[in-house]
Design a protein around this ligand. Sequence first.
Ligand code: ATP
Length: 366
Amino acid sequence: MLASSKDDENVVRGSSDQVVELRSVSKLYGDAAAVSSISLNARRGELLCLLGPSGCGKTTTLRMVAGFVEPSSGSVYINNIDMTHQPPYRRDTGMVFQSYALFPHMTVAQNIAFGLENLRWPRERRTKRVAEMLKLIELPHLADRLPRQLSGGQQQRIALARALAMGPAVLLLDEPFSNLDAQLRVRMREELQEVVRSVNVTTLFVTHDQEEALAMSDRIVVMNAGKVEQIGTPGEIYETPATPFVAKFIGWCSLLKGVVSAEGVFTSAAGLRIKADWSPGPGTVVIRPEHVKLSTGGSAGQAHQARVLHSHYSGGATRVVLDINGEQLTMQERFPFGHHPKPGDLLGITINTNDIRLISANEGQS
Ligand code: ATP
């Protein structure tokens, strides 16, 4: 750990469990706000993911934690020390960049040892640490290779080892898998999770890939246009989205705007009626493919006639876009071979209202 994080000056009383804390942090470029008054925290050993569409301010937020971008207002705390105006090398963070940024003329071992040399670690201790890191990422046989002699996945792991070598309080990862093909991304995702868990380092991870965020994170911060829309576990974000934006961004869904009557019947703008246990008033109903099922005699839920608009076969299941009373809903089903629905077919479906979420108008912006 770096000396700076042990300084007593600037220590604030806070939860010892909070390793990173952003308090109302904003970043303006001219008049444009890249990040607007974001507050969040990452707990010890937690893998926290910053998720959102391109340009929503994820990288700017990460760089403000690293110290590469200075906030226009607000404060950044690391281990309860105000780091807002401290340079990157005093923050006790390790960063893995999108491009990995390995030094091309240095071997793998020299790349990993780089930060340790700057900290003037004695040679013997450095060598031992590099060996530990190479073992952790399971590449001890590549110590003498140059970066250009490595695959993308291997370079990614070396960049991770370099960031972890100094034992930082916080590991920062900016879309670390963006240069890898789809299969390797999934494998590297699992490996990264294993490595960061084994060293129990608090990790902030930037991605725009919702599947990656759901699979890897302890908690997800969903961002949109420089603001936080919701912070929660993957389950909370998926099952109880706080806003229509979060519902739409995480997984497939149909959003139906409408009003719940005093009797608890929701009527959508196009006239689809759904009865559930919701409070009266305007809102948006989030219907995911798993809420829509083919009717069987005894199925629970509310029956409707649906017309098939499109169907997309993907091997294991078929995604079917349906028109129900003028609203478009999507279902995911496995149809028997030779019985795939075609545009224009009529299907009897039920909507299972138990798990459907209504976002009332005063909860989120539609
Ligand atoms: P992506 O997923 O595409 O990397 P992001 O969510 O990480 O996007 P940021 O890179 O944080 O988004 O950028 C947020 C906004 O701030 C964008 O509109 C971007 O154009 C703007 N921005 C970022 N850096 C600068 C800069 N140095 N000068 C001016 N505007 C900037």
